[in-house]
Design a protein around this ligand. Structure first.
Ligand code: NAD
Ligand code: TYD
Length: 342
């Protein structure tokens, strides 16, 4: 049995990852550490509340005392806790630096002084956004692990700060750190500020979808289960100090994505509302994940289009109570009951 600390485990990717670790494997005990910020939702983890292999700690990754205590007895760390939304980072960059850069350094330090001293692994879950933006003119160009880090948003800059600390802790202290850089995720339990759940839930509510700029920006979409498996593969088979790109070869322009969602939900073009572009909007992301395939034996299995998008839309149709409570903020009552008000 391996005891693994999952930071940010109450968020979108974290809760899907924890579910895979507990349901699809029997050799993991999972400790979730999460500050329960606005995007967290403990209802995602409610099925495991009585599972003896699951426990939860409410703490900030920057809280040295809490993190030092939490890492005790762990065999590994999967570090996902982060501020995750680019538009919020445009409104206020400061919390991004605190959680994503400083918080990551604090966690690395606690691990170095704790079980990490014995060579146990920590996987830092980064993002392809640290590479910056590709152009639409060179469709064959993709990010590889040796592409330069050229972050353009406060979100990606703060994540890149975490990448650089992960690298430095390996190089200087010999810490067994691995980094994953994954493309845009979709699937169940995604906070409806991100484009897919926002557009799907707007349409179900009969509201238009706000498409930024000319809609030609391209994202490389991957199902969250594929990302979760990539993180687990990195923990189990990754080599210390290495970086692994994770992607599903699934590039779509925002306009193509929007048309696909409109079609699945039986709506027309008139439901698109073109709105001013995001500041500094990255044009295109595309991931070369051949290293993860050759070194980890990992390959995306659940991201095939349009099936994976259809099943995700179906999940939001079938789980209206979940996203309505998230959109209205009612889930906060749930925390207040269990952990006191915030
Ligand atoms: P999310 O916003 O749904 O979840 C983030 C979780 O981290 C929340 O539960 C939040 O409460 C917690 N958190 C935030 N700051 C914290 C702090 N200081 N201390 C403790 N907990 C804190 O985000 P997500 O989409 O699940 O992303 C998870 C990770 O994956 C992030 O590190 C993100 O950069 C990375 N990532 C996301 C994507 C994507 O498409 N969503 C793609 C690649 C990488
Ligand atoms: P998002 O889900 O915020 O992910 P990221 O910015 O990290 O890639 O956005 C995905 C794409 O969708 C991005 O190009 C911006 C665009 N977008 C819109 O057009 N309208 C919206 O309301 C949102 C949230 C995003």
């Amino acid at each position: 049995m391996k005891r693994v600390l999952v930071t940010g485990g109450a968020g979108f990717i974290g809760s899907n990852l924890v579910a895979r670790m507990l349901k699809e494997r029997d050799h993991y005990e999972v400790v979730v550490l999460d500050s329960l910020s606005y995007s967290a939702n403990l209802e995602n983890l409610a099925p495991f509340e009585d599972d003896p292999r699951y426990s939860f700690i409410r703490a900030d990754v920057g809280d040295d005392a809490a993190v030092t205590e939490a890492v005790k007895g762990c065999d590994g760390v999967l570090h996902l806790a982060a501020e995750s939304h680019v538009d919020r980072s445009i409104m206020d960059p400061a919390p991004f630096v605190a959680s994503n850069t400083v918080g990551t350094q604090r966690l690395l330090e606690a691990w170095r002084r704790g079980p990490g001293a014995d060579g146990l692994p920590l996987v830092y879950v980064s993002t392809d956004e640290v590479y910056g933006s590709l152009s639409l003119d060179n469709p064959d160009e993709r990010f590889t692990e040796s592409s330069p880090l050229e972050p353009n948003s406060a979100y990606s800059a703060s994540k890149a700060g975490g990448d650089l600390f992960a690298r430095a802790y390996h190089h200087t202290f010999g810490l067994n750190v691995m980094t994953t850089r994954c493309s845009n995720n979709f699937g169940p339990f995604q906070f409806p500020e991100k484009v897919i759940p926002l557009f799907v839930t707007n349409l179900i509510e009969g509201e238009k979808v706000p498409l930024y700029g000319d809609g030609k920006n391209v994202r490389d979409w991957i199902h969250v289960d594929d990302h979760a498996e990539g993180i687990i593969a990195t923990l189990e088979k990754g080599r210390p100090g290495e970086v692994y790109n994770l992607g599903a070869d699934n590039e779509r322009s925002n306009l193509e994505l929007t048309h696909a969602i409109l079609e699945i939900l039986g709506h027309g073009e008139e439901m698109i509302k073109y709105v001013p572009d995001r500041l500094g909007h990255d044009r295109r992301y595309a991931i070369d994940s051949s290293k993860a395939a050759s070194d980890l034996g990992w390959k995306a299995q659940w991201s095939a289009w349009p099936g994976a998008l259809e099943s995700t839309v179906a999940w939001y149709k079938d789980n209206e109570a979940w996203w309505r409570s998230v959109k209205s903020g009612a889930y906060r009552d749930y925390y207040a009951k269990q952990y006191g008000g915030r």
